[in-house]
Design a binder for this molecule. Structure first.
Ligand code: MOS
Length: 767
């Protein structure tokens, strides 16, 4: 629909495939095992690495004895701070500050800052040889007194200051509390948690002279390329990062950790490709976690249930070698209308690994506390929890006073409540039963910013009738391959079988991190623009060609559909893409869209639309851009076993246009499951004496399995958001995680009358 792209009317003319329930185009590759993950590239002469980790949480390495390990058969090299190359600082003006994750450089000195710190790498002919050798290395430490206790650390340790953006306040909080007819003040805690994607992180590094290729399990090939290049002092063009498939990331593969650098220096040392796979145990100390939080919430509401004051103070932690601020209050300042607000975050440094974003960083931990507290206040005020939220609906962004780009939260409440049967709820705790089981119904609001990051894409229309579209983005199992194929196919009017979408390679046009649920909203417009631009080149060629039936027509008179370009008014006058190319003896025509191409000559809407991103606000200059939703949850609790079973979940979500019903729904299911895990199971424990992670496998770190998850009903209220991009899509994924834990907690209160304010709610806490 190339020339029509010049008119805004076309925005709604999304055609055949976009939005449909199309199976994953990469599904067959995955189920047949043909999809090649980072640890699976079959490179000639590959050697295997194994990480050596510290066994103390703080101190100095005094001596490392590798003599026994070196004598083992197959051992090729052992790198420690004693013989590792000097690396360059990873900090830059682009990557400075807290993100990305960890700026820590491995093997540069003898200092230990947390248990499990990477302090060396063994390379051997086989993985087993490397692992055995690592176990035989003797290390003497001068151990110092570590700091793990959060309260104690806030008193005595260094702090990380996240700056003013995390400390907003307005109005008069004390005055607001005095006006209140009901108030609550409670403290909510969340434990340290780990991402635990099915695919553990892995890097395979291969040098060709001074050029490095890295197969890495990452949510950000461009960022990983930049960090490796900087660390090794190489120009970025000399480093290529490939990540075709990622077996889940949830944030732990979003930023940069030490293992890609270790694989790269090891490969250089042994002059062979090196594969470095982290074990499940190592995942608990090598690539971040969600930090512990202690959140004190004070709320006041007047006689009508209107909020008069919200105070949300978060105490949390980061490490000594990286800055992460879990921004729990970010949602609090935008979710409800309230004239008096006070948000604070205090961050202590502890001897743990560096935390990193995990499944809605800040949104998830923060909405848990806020939405649980709101339930308590609603009960105290004697108002139905959903009604209470509607009373306090924010018609504009409460802090910036900007209008929302598109907000249909009240419809989400109502549609989810109707589907759930909320009107049949008896509000008295413990009043609903079935047999011995106590039944509890709870609800909460979901929200997540609508992010869009600058993204480039390339489209190639081939003389053989196929189309290849590419961008250096990622598919974390979320469906990027599929939805981008749908969009390209629709833009060019082709069946999806004729379109191939390529991603996960830093050689492709630049894309951003696949984090912040941003990929669909960021990459879709670039894909559409690139396809339009390539097609426009064909139209120009045809117009200029006196052998073409379109010779001497104006571009504005021509459109495209079903793989043909033709005259709008007389569709029989036209030809196929292939015919144009074949006549010109061209193998293909291609066009690349870069984020700077706003207002380029083919005047595509997508190319002209400005990415609407401002810091963590999820807003543009004119609009605040957020997705919204509502979760309704039923729990069943056998009072003798105190075991909570989530038996029903209904959610309604306002996430803009849905690009693929099936993958979108899967995103919501995944986010919901994360929330159920957070509410009931997930917790990483540190040994209070040594600071060692003592829960470090999936037998002890419980995540929901099939039997824990009920049928889920997901409703999309589909209002395309054209302020974010011309396809009207906002991201999905993290929104479903935000709020769901509170809905479970609120349902548990309704079933039992007990308020548990410390996650996860394991059976012992309900005794
Ligand atoms: Mo995510 S926690 O934005 O990768």
């Amino acid at each position: 629909m190339v020339t029509e792209m010049t008119s805004t009317q076309d925005r709604t003319n999304i055609q055949a495939k976009t939005g449909k329930n199309i199976d994953r185009v990469d599904g067959r590759l995955k189920v047949t095992g043909e999809a090649c993950y980072s640890a699976e590239f079959p490179l000639e002469g590959i050697a295997h690495g194994y990480i050596i980790q510290s066994t103390i949480a703080k101190g100095t390495i005094e001596a490392i004895d590798t003599s026994q390990a070196e004598q083992l058969p197959g051992v090729l090299a052992i790198l420690t701070h004693q013989n590792a190359p000097k690396l360059n600082s990873l900090k830059s003006k682009n990557f400075g500050g807290g993100y990305p994750g960890e700026n820590f450089l491995p093997l540069q000195d003898n200092q230990v800052h947390f248990d499990g710190q990477h302090i060396g790498i063994v390379v051997a002919e086989t993985y087993e040889q490397a692992r055995l050798a690592a176990s035989l290395i003797e290390i003497n430490y001068d151990e110092a007194e570590p700091m793990f206790d959060l309260e104690q650390a806030l008193e005595q340790s260094e702090r990380y200051d996240p700056g003013e953006r995390l400390q907003p306040s307005w109005g008069d909080i004390e005055g607001g509390l005095q006006q209140a007819a009901v108030t609550i003040e409670e403290t909510y805690t969340t434990p340290l948690e780990h991402h635990n994607p099915m695919e553990t992180s892995a890097t395979t590094a291969e040098w060709h002279d001074d050029e490095l290729t890295v197969y890495d399990s990452t949510q950000w090939v461009m960022g990983t390329r930049g960090m490796i290049a900087r660390g090794l002092g190489l120009p970025e063009e000399k480093v290529r990062v490939i990540s075709h498939f990622v077996g889940g990331g949830f944030g732990c593969k979003g930023f940069f950790w030490t293992h890609p650098l270790l694989a790269a220096i090891a490969a250089r040392k042994v002059n062979r490709p090196v594969r470095l796979m982290l074990t499940r145990q190592q995942m608990f100390s090598s690539c971040g976690h969600r930090p512990r939080t202690v959140q004190k919430i004070t709320l006041g509401a007047d006689n009508e249930g209107k909020l008069t004051a919200i105070r949300h103070h978060t105490d949390t932690e980061t490490s000594f070698v990286g800055d992460h601020a879990e921004p729990c209050g970010n949602i609090t300042k935008m979710l409800y209308a309230c004239p008096n607000m006070e948000i604070k975050h205090q961050i202590a440094r502890t001897n743990t690994g560096t935390p990193t974003p995990m499944r809605g960083p800040g949104e998830t931990s923060g909405t848990y506390a806020l939405e649980a507290a709101l339930d308590e206040l609603a009960v105290k005020a004697g108002i139905d929890p959903m009604e209470f939220r509607i009373i306090n609906h924010a018609d504009r962004h409460p802090q910036s006073d900007k209008p929302w780009s598109s907000k249909h939260l009240i419809e989400c409440y109502q549609r989810a409540a109707d589907a759930f049967g909320w009107q049949n709820r008896d509000p008295r705790p413990g009043s609903m039963r079935e047999g011995d089981d106590l039944i509890g119904w709870g609800m909460a609001t979901a929200t997540y910013p609508g992010y869009r990051f600058p993204t480039a894409a390339k489209a190639q229309i081939l003389a053989n009738g196929k189309v290849i579209v590419s961008s250096a983005t990622h598919d974390l199992g979320t469906g990027t391959y599929t939805i981008m194929t749908q969009i390209a196919a629709d833009t060019l009017g082709l069946p999806i079988e004729r379109v191939k979408f390529e991603l996960g390679d830093s050689k492709l046009p630049i894309a951003s991190v696949s984090g912040g649920s941003s990929t669909a909203a960021s990459v879709s417009p670039a894909v559409r623009s690139a396809c339009e631009a390539a097609c426009f080149k064909l139209i120009e060629m045809a117009i200029a060609d006196n052998e073409s039936p379109l010779h001497d027509y104006q571009a504005e008179e021509i459109t495209t559909e079903a793989g043909r370009i033709f005259v709008k008014e007389s569709p029989e006058i036209g030809e196929t893409y292939e015919a144009v190319l074949q006549r010109h003896n061209l193998p293909l025509v291609e066009a690349e869209i870069s984020p700077q191409d706003k207002g380029s000559r083919y005047k595509s809407i997508a190319a002209r639309t400005k990415p609407g991103i401002v810091e963590d606000e999820g807003g543009s200059d004119e609009f605040a851009i957020h997705s919204f939703g509502a979760h309704f949850v039923e729990v069943r609790i056998n009072p003798r076993r105190n075991q909570v079973k989530v038996s029903r979940v209904v959610g309604a979500f306002d996430v803009g246009r849905i690009l693929n019903q099936k993958t979108a729904r899967s995103q919501i299911y995944g986010g919901t499951i994360f929330g159920i895990g957070m509410a009931l199971m997930e917790e990483t424990l540190l040994d209070p004496h040594s600071g060692r992670v003592i829960i470090h496998n999936l037998a002890d770190y419980h995540v929901p399995i099939q039997a824990d998850i009920p049928e889920m009903e997901t409703i999309f209220v589909e209002y395309p958001d054209y302020h974010l991009n011309p396809l009207g899509a906002r991201g999905i994924g993290e929104i479903a995680t935000a709020g769901i834990a509170a809905a479970v907690v609120n349902a548990i209160y309704h079933a039992t009358g007990k308020r548990v304010r410390d996650l996860p709610i394991t059976p012992d806490k309900l005794l």
